[in-house]
Design a binder for this molecule. Structure first.
Ligand code: NAD
Length: 338
């Protein structure tokens, strides 16, 4: 069993922790929280060993009567791999703690730059993470872009990728961020960071991206334009996407007119927390005009990186092929395996 800890029990951490619990070859050694609240109470109810981030937070847990096992340092003694799901830009603070404990680490896309030995998207570069001490699972948007562009690149070749991202404002449980009634350029200067982030995985890709935030909490929506190396029809591209791991196709004719319908599909599928792990492409949007492919893709920001974190754990631990790991992950999370 691979012993896994999760440092940071928020949007991503809670999902990764539950996903680890579903793997037959992994044991969730514990999660950390900064302070006692309903999330830590739920973790206790689920039987998840709870650790405080530091001594100050340990005192707060003890004062609240929580059954807390110790601090992050204690958790690190009990794990093979730590998944860092702490807030953005906290990676540089946490990295020396993991290094001192001699524990392999997985960082999320927003943790900071230069923390890991490789960026990671399972279907694109699982092998690059093998034997490494730390990897960074790229952001939700970058994961979606890598999955779809890689699939089309393998089928017909992509000489140039351009993407415009309409980003969700914040996550559904966050009441502190906006916008409520505006479209916010994110950032105003171009291009956005998503292109270079994709290139950390798909190294030879020519890609430029731009992004803005819209008042929604549930999904990002990408408009993708890909210049194709070979002549291809829309049917060729649809076939490539249908064969791609962790990509699903939906159709406007079946009622998928918005991101709301994709989230509703996740509910109908009975997914935990309505999580849509798959990058979702509108089949009827896939078009080829003058050698360029066009399509819309939706990304569920809270969920898409969850399977990648599970595969990253196996890649760092070693002893698995990409195919073996992805098959186990997909089976445990109810993702159609390709
Ligand atoms: P979050 O704010 O929902 O959760 C972070 C949790 O860590 C909170 O519970 C917070 O209390 C706790 N925390 C605070 N300081 C800590 C510390 N020093 N050590 C450990 N835990 C600490 O954040 P999130 O949305 O889950 O994001 C986590 C990481 O995942 C970020 O790097 C983010 O960029 C990345 N990410 C987020 C999303 C998303 O859409 N939410 C998608 C992909 C990647």
């Amino acid at each position: 069993m691979i012993r896994v800890g999760v440092n940071g029990y928020g949007t991503i951490g809670r999902r990764v922790a539950d996903a680890v619990k579903r793997q037959g070859d992994m044991e969730l050694a514990g999660v950390t929280k900064t302070r006692p609240d309903y999330k830590s109470q739920m973790a206790e109810k689920k039987g998840i060993p709870l650790y405080a981030v530091d001594m100050k937070s340990l005192e707060a847990f003890r004062a609240a009567g929580a059954n807390v096992k110790g601090t992050l340092n204690d958790l690190l003694q009990r794990v093979d791999v730590i998944v860092d799901a702490a807030p953005e830009d906290t990676g540089p603070l946490n990295k020396p703690i993991y290094q001192q404990a001699g524990v392999k680490a997985i960082y999320q896309g927003g943790a900071g730059d230069g923390l890991a030995d490789a960026s990671f998207v399972a279907q694109c570069n699982f092998e690059e993470a093998l034997g490494k001490q730390a990897v960074q699972v790229v952001s939700c948007n970058t994961t979606g872009l890598c999955r779809t562009i890689n699939a089309i690149d393998r089928a017909v070749g992509v000489t140039k990728a351009r993407a415009v991202l309409a980003r969700r404002a914040t996550d559904p449980d966050d009441v502190k961020k906006g916008p409520i009634d505006a479209v916010v350029l994110d950032p105003t200067t171009l291009p956005s960071h998503h292109g270079p982030d994709v290139k950390a995985v798909l190294k030879d890709l020519n890609i430029v991206t731009m992004a803005f935030k819209v008042p929604t909490t549930h999904m990002h929506l990408h408009s993708l334009i890909l210049s194709l190396r070979k002549q291809a029809t829309r049917e060729d591209l649809v076939a490539a996407l249908e064969a791609a791991p962790r990509v699903q196709l939906v159709d406007g004719k079946s009622g998928f007119k918005s991101t709301a319908a994709i989230m509703d599909l996740a509910r109908e599928m009975g997914r935990p927390r309505n999580d849509m792990y798959e990058a979702t492409v509108w089949k009827d949007s896939v078009s080829v005009v003058d050698g360029e492919a066009y399509m819309f893709m939706a990304v569920h920001q809270e969920a898409i990186v969850v399977p990648e974190n599970i595969d990253a754990i196996r890649a760092l631990y070693g002893g698995y092929t990409r195919e073996a790991s992805m098959k186990l992950t997909d089976a445990a999370l109810g993702i159609a395996h390709r």
